[in-house]
Ligand binder design. Structure first.
Ligand SMILES: Nc1ncnc2c1ncn2[C@@H]1O[C@H](COP(=O)(O)OP(=O)(O)OP(=O)(O)O)[C@@H](O)[C@H]1O
Ligand SMILES: [Mg+2]
Length: 476
């Protein structure tokens, strides 16, 4: 493979020339610039990396670095600095430079730094692309699944995430409504905006009122100070009203007034407080029925339900079960400090045919319990809780039980339901390991040293695992 093009930017011809000479000798194609603006103009030539002098008269290295990163955040930049400017070099690292070298450059060290930086850039680039594919295939913002039903939820999240419309999320208990609410917020433009949630069924009416709207000093006995409510705290971000159907009619009136006027008063106060929030609400009840029954205000319903996302029950996306199991085994492995990594074919077939009235939350509990019960590295049928095992006796043969409901038939028509791994029924931790590598990289902003630290493995092991999962073709 031809060696990549490398930019050398230095106002002093001798020191720039020396680096260019080393690089040329090592087989790289080199382009030399005597100032930042010229280099910036030439970025469309797609250099592999840029070696950038820190101290230059016209535009200093830090400024050039910022502009390079603004154009292409992935491009590796090595800062070149004199001995007395190491502070600035450290600042450059914070701004995203890959590394720095001190003038006069030692040939060996310099070339090693160049190679390392190229490697890093390449690996990160490949993983990023792959991660994008994986995200859509397996886990979108912590929501695991690849069934058409869950993918349609991902699409709807994409449709609303950048807008400010109120979103209503509906679905049975344990289907992942809260995960969806968080995904809408955290995949939006600015992740630093507040996400504030209130469970409308957990608190008595008056408590919920002060929790939402806050109160002024002396509003009631015990109100010794002013208290800002969750509406105020969520200004500029998202207010997640969970179990919205359980909100009392009195509070519904207050909430409606807020949605109409975009302002409210704290309990016991008269001052209008203006906030700009997007309201995401959720319930497992049928909100429209609650309107018909007179338990929920119709005008409020139309304010909240601008965009609806329905999260389907697990039995309508049964082909996600093996993937979820693998994810959950991996998730609990460390928590329990127990190496249970497999599910026997019989146990898997029972998990596949069960109806999961408690949806993903129930599956999560079942995997956790079964892992605790298991004495080996495998979850066997007898480790499953009694109520799940009963399915086997009722279901004969199990595969037919899978397609017992019309919805399940739909699901099984779109993907394999009972053959998670080439028909063996065994699922392994492989997929989980891949996910773990990717999460560690994401959490450390793609810093391989930090990611391997985080996982408590060496850099070499980390690279080996990347390679094993086809995440890197460049390192051994
Ligand atoms: N697709 C999924 N992938 C991974 N974890 C999931 C998924 N769906 C749900 N979970 C997990 O299952 C549990 C229940 O999810 P969540 O709290 O979002 O459900 P919910 O719909 O809000 O339930 P409820 O109506 O009871 O409040 C959580 O621990 C969540 O992390
Ligand atoms: Mg919930």
């Amino acid at each position: 493979m031809a060696k990549p093009l490398i930019f050398v930017v230095d106002d002093e011809p001798e020191s720039g020339g020396l680096l260019a000479y080393y690089l040329g000798k090592a087989g790289y194609e080199v382009a030399q610039f005597s100032n930042g603006p010229d280099c910036l103009k030439a970025l469309k030539r797609n250099p592999g990396i840029v070696c950038l002098d820190l101290q230059m008269p016209e535009m200093d290295g830090l400024e050039v670095l910022k502009r390079i990163k603004a154009q292409n955040s992935k491009l590796g930049v090595i800062m070149v600095t004199s001995n007395n400017a190491v502070d600035a070099a450290v600042q450059a690292l914070k701004l995203g430079a890959a590394d720095y070298i001190i003038k006069p450059a030692d040939r060996e060290k310099f070339l090693a730094t160049v190679e390392d930086t190229l490697d890093q850039t390449r690996v990160v680039g490949e993983i990023r692309n792959l991660e994008k594919d994986m995200e859509s295939a397996f886990a979108y913002k912590n929501i695991v699944g690849e069934s058409p039903a869950i993918k349609s939820v991902f699409t709807q999240i994409e449709q609303v995430k950048e807008s400010n419309v109120n979103v209503y999320i509906n679905g049975e208990s344990g289907t992942g409504k809260e995960l969806v609410a968080r995904a809408i917020h955290f995949s939006g433009a600015d992740e630093n905006r507040p996400f504030i949630d209130i469970n409308c069924s957990a608190l008595a009416e008056s408590l919920l009122e002060t929790e939402m709207f806050g109160h002024e000093k002396g509003a009631f006995t015990g109100a010794t100070g002013t208290h800002r409510g969750k509406l105020e705290l969520s200004d500029g971000g998202t207010l997640f009203l969970d179990e919205i159907a359980d909100m009392s009619l009195k509070l519904q009136v207050k909430l409606l007034r807020f949605l109409e006027e975009k302002s409210f008063e704290r309990v016991g106060g008269t001052k209008k407080i203006q906030v700009n929030v997007r309201v995401v609400s959720a319930t497992n009840k049928d909100l429209q029925k609650e309107v018909e029954k007179g338990n929920f205000r119709e005008d409020l319903y139309y304010r909240l339900v601008v965009f609806t996302i329905h999260v389907p029950p697990l039995r309508e996306r049964k082909n996600d079960i093996p993937l979820l199991c693998s994810y959950l085994l991996n998730k609990f492995k460390d928590e329990l400090n127990k190496e249970v990594t497999r599910i026997s074919p019989d146990a898997m077939s029972i998990l596949n045919s069960y109806r999961w009235p408690g949806n993903v939350r129930q599956l999560q509990n079942v995997i956790l319990q079964s892992m605790l019960m298991s004495q080996t590295d495998t979850i066997e049928v007898e480790n499953l809780p009694q109520e799940i095992r009963k399915t086997r006796d009722e279901a004969a043969p199990p595969v037919q039980e899978v397609s017992a409901s019309p919805q399940a038939e739909e699901a099984s028509a779109t993907g394999s339901v009972s053959e998670p791994n080439g028909g063996s029924g065994l699922i392994s931790l492989d997929e989980g390991e891949k996910q773990t590598l990717l999460s560690a990289l994401k959490m450390t902003n793609w810093n391989i040293s930090e990611a391997s630290n985080l996982l408590g493995i060496s850099r070499t092991t980390f690279y080996r695992k990347l390679k094993k999962h086809g995440l890197s073709q460049t390192r051994g």
